[in-house]
Design a binder for this molecule. Structure first.
Ligand code: ATP
Ligand code: MG
Length: 430
């Protein structure tokens, strides 16, 4: 028989890990909700053109990383490699901005890029991110960056750095492209094949190159000079970050995001725990994207955090969120109770079962399964491994008397002869 395997670069999230994911998701949803962001969910598949037009032909994503296929109607479809394009599409299609109000959205979900799998680089990975739309003020850039910094702290990542830069307006970018073309053309013989392609198609992308030899050339490239307005917006953002939001940052004049739609302020968060692939989050302003996609003139900014890399950073910084609280887990061990005993004691067990349901409604996790072949000793070991805080032991003795034995794994106490009727009142853990 063929043994099937998950596709390279796409991983299962197994039960033990998914508990951490769930805790992280809960904290994440509550964080963004309490900061005034509402969730948006869009389909995983979109027409290919949406990404080609928004992210740009010469970006690494469109050039070589998209999962694109023909559907049964011979239309070209793509698994989403990122969310901004999908969110912009949804905002326009559903007319989400009717009045001149801002719109604050967040999302969590899987993204797909056909990259070479390695540490920190998967083919299916997950992102959580925000888009703040119809928010032209530099205050919104500073707010988004500060939100990212605060989020990282809330999930227990301390060792991060924020880098910021401005890409200027389209006019600045056009002038900068000319300057860069002149510079890199002189050096073109020493550039890698990808950068030669970028020089032709979109010279800004050369800054994204991960090749050592290209880096020497990139390091000496002339920096971008933003126009008066873009320069002063950038100064305002820096001042707000420093004085209002209390966020430490570095200005990195070589920070150029790998997608075409960015204008103005772009930023990245890196984490010491990540090694070479150290970017945990990235984002920036995209003032023209929605307009260029046929929507209204809606300036916007946003960021995306890679959840797999976030989890690595959390591990490196020993985030408390990674530790399973032993709080609310109760394991029921039936000791030597077979089906015949269950029938004989059905009334007592009926009352016991109702009490367990009440405990579940109060948020306790209750393990109650019929496993007559497993010894009490093995069950206790299993309960400990599962992270139970308490075990309720029921044997024929207990059932005859209508009582239970309670083992508390935290205080290491064992109490006998507790009336089953007291079950709900006993578990008052916070
Ligand atoms: P990189 O420079 O590492 O390729 P990127 O510029 O392609 O990153 P973005 O498109 O800005 O990344 O995505 C935002 C975040 O999503 C990244 O900072 C990273 O944490 C995460 N991410 C991107 N691609 C992958 C991937 N293939 N596997 C895991 N996480 C990823
Ligand atoms: Mg990439």
């Amino acid at each position: 028989m063929t043994k099937y395997q998950a596709i390279k670069g796409m991983s299962d999230i197994l039960p033990e890990e998914s508990q951490v994911w769930q805790r992280l998701e809960e904290v994440t949803r509550s964080f963004f909700r309490t900061n005034g962001y509402e969730e948006i969910r869009t389909p995983v598949v979109e027409v290919t053109e949406l990404f080609q037009r928004s992210i740009g032909e010469a970006s690494d994503i469109v050039h070589k990383e998209m999962y694109t296929f023909k559907d049964r109607g011979d239309r070209s479809m793509t698994l989403r490699p990122e969310m901004t394009a999908s969110v912009a599409r949804a905002v326009i299609e559903n007319n989400l901005i009717r009045e001149a109000k801002p719109l604050y959205l967040y999302y969590i979900g899987p993204m797909f890029r056909a990259e070479r799998p390695q540490a920190g680089r998967r083919r299916q990975f997950h992102q959580v991110g925000i888009e703040s739309i119809n928010t032209p003020s530099p205050f919104s850039d500073a707010e988004a960056i500060a939100l990212l910094a605060r989020y990282l702290r809330v999930v227990g990542v301390e060792s991060f750095k924020i880098k910021i830069n401005t890409l200027g307006c389209p006019k600045d970018q056009a002038e900068y492209r000319e300057t860069l073309k002149a510079y890199f053309s002189k050096e073109s013989a020493a550039l890698c094949e990808d950068c030669k392609y970028r020089l032709e198609k979109n010279v800004l992308r050369i800054f994204d190159c991960k090749n050592e030899s290209c880096h020497k050339i990139i390091d000496n490239a002339p920096p971008m000079k933003p126009c008066g307005t873009c320069g002063s917006d950038f100064d305002t953002i820096r001042e707000l970050l420093k004085s209002v939001f209390n966020v430490f940052y570095e200005v990195d004049r070589k920070l150029v995001r790998g997608l075409d739609y960015y204008t103005g302020c772009v930023f990245e968060a890196t984490s010491a725990g990540l090694g070479a692939k150290d970017a945990v989050a990235a984002g920036g302003r995209y003032d023209n994207l929605i307009k260029e996609m046929g929507g209204a003139d809606l300036p916007a900014t946003g960021f995306a955090i890679g959840i797999e890399r976030l989890l690595e950073s959390m591990k490196a910084d020993s985030s408390p969120l990674l530790v399973e609280p032993r709080q609310k887990r109760i394991y029921v061990a039936l000791a030597g109770v077979g089906l015949d005993a269950i029938k004989r004691f059905s009334k007592v067990l009926g009352g016991f079962n109702s009490a367990l349901c009440l405990l579940r409604e109060k948020g306790h996790e209750v393990f109650f399964h019929f496993r007559p072949d497993v010894s009490l000793k093995s069950q206790l070991r299993e309960a400990d491994k599962w992270g139970a805080r308490a075990v309720i032991i029921l044997g024929e003795d207990e059932l005859t008397k209508g009582v239970m034995t309670l083992k508390d794994f935290e205080s290491k106490e064992e109490k006998k002869d507790i009336a089953i009727s007291e079950l709900v009142s006993i578990f008052r853990w916070d």
